[in-house]
Design a protein around this ligand. Structure first.
Ligand code: PRP
Length: 219
């Protein structure tokens, strides 16, 4: 891969990172540090002029929006929540698939249906507000930063809006999934200005990842 500009890609740490690294490897981008042990936040790669930054998912769109990172890899859940202004989303990478859903304690669905106001705990407050408004329900939103499944158990909320993958966390806490809000996967995002000013380099990365994703789907 021939990169003519200094390019930074913002990656989402955690589960998405584990699925991102093999994808980057297939297009010849290897971090120069072992990310499972290194605490470095800026990491050079085997491609000259191409660096990675490792961030919390919700910070990835912010870095890309402001152009501090030229490209990023983020979950669609985070992009929906952030509004993704000033960002192109040219490619669905098809990794870290899951669902963004409402959920509540098993057997209490009908109670929520009868309510005019529903108390909802989530870290996706913008997505949740839009979802309940579309249903004509007023949602009192309670912002949490993790372990959303605990909120109904502790009487903090009637429902939650959260990521469901296997459904194990919900089941083990006496909860059940209810409505699907969006199917989620990780997306490649690009700063709009970088797309113009660093076009050749950005295009080379998008095209390489696109062909890797297509080959993966065909395999
Ligand atoms: C996510 C999500 C659920 C869990 C769902 O949390 O918030 O808690 O995964 O997975 P499951 O359906 O396979 O049980 P994550 O571990 O990503 O941490 P978080 O609390 O930081 O979001």
């Amino acid at each position: 891969m021939n990169i003519q500009h200094d390019i930074t890609i913002a990656l989402t740490k955690g589960r998405i990172l584990k699925e991102t690294l093999p994808l980057l490897s297939r297009v010849g981008i290897e971090p120069c540090e072992d990310l499972s042990v290194s605490r470095k936040l800026v990491v050079a790669t085997t491609v000259p002029r191409l660096n990675l930054v490792i961030l919390r998912g919700s910070d990835v769109p912010t870095y890309v929006q402001y152009g501090s990172a030229d490209l990023g890899i983020a979950g669609k859940d985070v992009l929906l929540e952030s509004g993704a202004a000033g960002i192109y989303e040219p490619l669905d990478l098809g990794i870290a698939r899951c669902r963004l859903m409402t959920a509540g304690p098993q057997g209490t669905d009908s109670e929520v249906e009868l309510k005019r106001r529903v108390r909802v705990a989530t870290k996706f407050v913008n997505v949740a507000r839009a979802h309940y408004a579309k249903k004509g329900l007023h949602a009192d939103l309670i912002k949490l930063y993790g372990s959303m499944e605990l909120a109904p158990l502790m009487g903090l909320a009637d429902e939650i809006v959260d990521i469901v993958d296997t459904g194990k966390t919900l089941a083990e806490n006496g909860m059940a999934p209810r409505e699907l809000i969006a199917d989620i996967s990780s997306r490649l995002i690009v700063n709009k200005a970088a797309m113009r000013t660093r076009h050749a380099s950005v295009r080379a990365i998008i095209d390489a990842l696109k062909s890797a994703v297509t080959q993966q789907v065909a395999a």
